[in-house]
Design a protein around this ligand. Structure first.
Ligand code: KG4
Ligand code: ZN
Length: 330
């Protein structure tokens, strides 16, 4: 077992740093949210990158002090290499390279989606492969077969929007703030989920997803109700919309289990923080693992967790490491 890992995650708008002990337990997990993007109704890439420049160093300092460690006690540096916003990623990658070079520490490059899966490997209750993992975030929605700790096989993915994007856009239509997922979930809690019948794209075959239809259905429902009634029935609209997205996710997860013959599932990504999804997955009747909410939304502890099972970069690669904006390039 190796020593503590310091990890950095800056793929979107959260400046994250964490320290994981060699046994996979979390010593610290700092998430510095930029907040600033609410006023634009979404993340502005250039602004996100600029804020990482300000927030990342203090986040790293807090992660070290929360863990009660100095840089001298860190044995490896891990960083999200992609996919994500390129400017935002480059701030994290640059910082990680600098620390690794200055301290003579090994550097580990981590894929963000592998990180979301690895949130399930964190102690004290690590979930061991093999299992099927549903990853649903703001940028990705996919089903993965996880056979070992360091890779995954994609079984299906979204053909259009990601589930988190559907939450964010639906929330915006309902006049809720960004990020929309938590706000829509809160509003849905007071509504009737059966009030409106929104589509789950059941006709999309296999383990692929589509969220364009449910988004359009919400838009039309709001338009058909008219301003006054749409306002009066906001909670019902939110609850029905959330139910359709969650149903679509769980339906594909069930299909994947059936096709694969497995009986172990895990979830990850920001949408996995949704209470309704968590309850539906728990009720599937198979062995399930659901990470704590703060390990589902973007964080650096999951990046450190993935790094535990990945090789160090070569010395040359540690100096020349570049970020990638989309697609797995592992
Ligand atoms: O994984 P994540 O933090 O960042 C990306 O990698 O994209 O996911 C962010 C997404 C956002 O779309 C946000 O609205 C959604 O996750 N989200 C939720 C909840 N919390 C965050 N969606 C539904 N319910 C939630 N409680
Ligand atoms: Zn993410």
């Amino acid at each position: 077992m190796s020593g503590p890992i310091l990890a950095i995650e800056t793929s979107c708008d959260d400046s994250c740093a964490a320290v994981l002990a060699g046994d996979g337990s979390v010593l610290s997990n700092v998430i510095s949210s930029q907040g600033i993007h609410d006023r634009y109704g979404g993340v502005v890439p250039e602004i996100a990158a600029r804020h990482h420049l300000e927030l990342l160093t203090p986040a790293i300092q807090s992660a070290l002090s929360d863990a009660g460690l100095g840089l001298g006690q860190i044995e490896r540096i891990a960083v999200t290499q992609g996919p994500g916003l390129i400017g935002a990623l480059l701030v994290g990658v640059g910082q990680a390279k600098a620390i690794a070079a200055a301290r003579g520490l090994p550097l580990v490059a981590v894929d963000h989606l592998q990180g979301h899966i690895a949130a399930n490997f964190i102690s004290p209750e690590p979930f061991e492969p093999p299992f099927i993992c549903l990853i649903a975030s703001g940028g990705h929605t996919l089903l993965a077969r996880v056979e070992d700790h360091s890779s995954f096989i994609t079984l299906g993915e979204t053909l259009d929007d990601a589930a988190g994007e559907a939450f964010d856009k639906g929330a915006r239509m309902l006049g809720l703030p960004f990020p929309g997922g938590p706000a829509l979930e809160a509003l849905a809690a007071t509504g009737d989920a059966d009030a409106f019948d929104f589509p789950t794209a059941r006709n999309v075959k296999g383990c692929d997803f589509s969220f364009a239809g449910v988004k359009t259905a919400l838009l039309y429902a709001i338009r058909d109700l008219g301003e006054k009634d749409a306002e009066r029935r906001r909670a019902d609209l939110a609850a029905s919309y959330q139910q359709a997205i969650v149903e679509a996710l769980v339906e594909r997860l069930s299909r994947a289990l059936e096709a694969d013959g497995g009986d172990r599932v895990a979830i990850g990504g920001g949408v996995a923080a949704n209470g309704s999804l968590r309850a539906r997955v728990e009720a599937l009747g198979v062995t399930s693992h659901i990470p704590a909410r703060e390990l589902c939304t973007d964080n650096a502890a999951m990046i450190a967790s993935a790094a535990r099972f990945l090789p160090d970069c070569s010395q040359q690669a540690a100096l020349t490491l570049d970020a990638y904006p989309s697609g797995a390039q592992r």
